[in-house]
Design a protein around this ligand. Structure first.
Ligand SMILES: Cc1ncc(C[n+]2csc(CCOP(=O)(O)OP(=O)(O)O)c2C)c(N)n1
Ligand code: SF4
Length: 257
């Protein structure tokens, strides 16, 4: 067992995409674990706080982000990662996500997007595709999903990226870049849930890596984000979509403190 894994019993389903995500995160953190705090919401994704040998905090469902912001204000030297689910951040805690991006709070948000509320047995979320059949939509969801990358770019995030657990080295790079970025960094991570919505086969065929030539262009970032409309899923770019430098919320807040 590596130094960043605790000996706690792991209850993720065998084959869950969270194992690959966990690996990529640990590699991105490397030997600098004392500089980090991980805050989680509630759900399968959140169990990472139990498994990782790093200072961590369990928030309420949907409330990892305000806790992470509070920790960052309390000790700006820490690197704070909020580890959230799609149900957690896009449904329950959506206003926190939008406002943290708007403030350019200097935290890193990683979303384990498995397109369902997995721990509570397959309810649809904001990124479930139309027609998604789950325990709250037995006839299939009649709603269209939203596009979180477009939302984050429009809300004020200064680093926006997407990764896929099936491309672990690339994902590690995305997480490292997000951590390094000064300001609000947002990484949507495609994380297949083998129990309720197994997207490994689909994403293995449709995900492709693409460098963004001009990451400071908002228009180009939005155009790239729109390439995947979450409906047909035949073209899913991963990589950094948007990156700009801007004074952070904590810098402004603590300037005259
Ligand atoms: C405020 C609140 N609402 C609902 C719940 C019940 N609940 C616990 S975990 C969970 C699902 C989590 O889904 P998601 O955030 O997508 O994470 P996943 O399990 O898919 O990783 C829900 C609805 C809760 N604990 N607190
Ligand atoms: S229910 Fe889905 S997300 Fe949760 S541990 Fe199992 S495979 Fe992973």
């Amino acid at each position: 067992m590596d130094q960043l894994t605790l000996a706690t019993e792991n209850s993720w389903c065998p084959g869950c995409g969270n194992f690959l995500l966990f690996d990529a995160l640990k590699k991105a953190i490397g030997k600098k674990e004392k500089e980090f705090v991980i805050v989680s919401g509630i759900g399968c994704h959140a169990k990472m706080a139990d498994y990782i040998n790093i200072n961590s905090f369990y928030g309420l469902h949907g409330r990892a982000i305000p806790v992470a912001q509070g920790i960052k204000i309390g000790n700006p030297n820490l690197k704070v990662i909020a580890s959230c689910g799609d149900g957690d951040a896009y449904n329950e805690g959506i206003s926190h996500l939008i406002h943290a991006a708007k403030r350019n709070s200097d935290i890193t948000v990683i979303i384990h997007d498995n397109h369902n509320f997995a721990l509570t047995v397959k309810q649809f979320t904001s990124t479930s595709p139309e027609g998604f059949k789950g325990s709250s939509t037995p006839e299939g969801s009649i709603e269209e999903p939203f596009n979180p990358l477009e939302l984050m770019i429009s809300s004020g995030a200064t680093f926006v990226a997407r990764g896929y657990v099936g491309r672990k080295d690339h994902l590690e790079k995305m997480i490292k870049e997000g951590i390094k970025h000064k300001g609000f960094s947002f990484i949507e991570i495609l994380q297949p849930c083998v129990a309720w919505y197994n997207t490994f086969e689909k994403y293995n065929k449709t995900v492709y890596e693409e460098e963004t030539e001009e990451p400071s262009s908002r228009e180009k970032a939005l155009a790239k984000a729109a390439l995947w409309d979450y409906k047909n899923g035949d073209k899913v770019p991963i990589g950094v979509f948007y990156k700009i430098n801007k004074e952070t919320f904590e810098e402004k807040l603590l300037k005259n403190a």
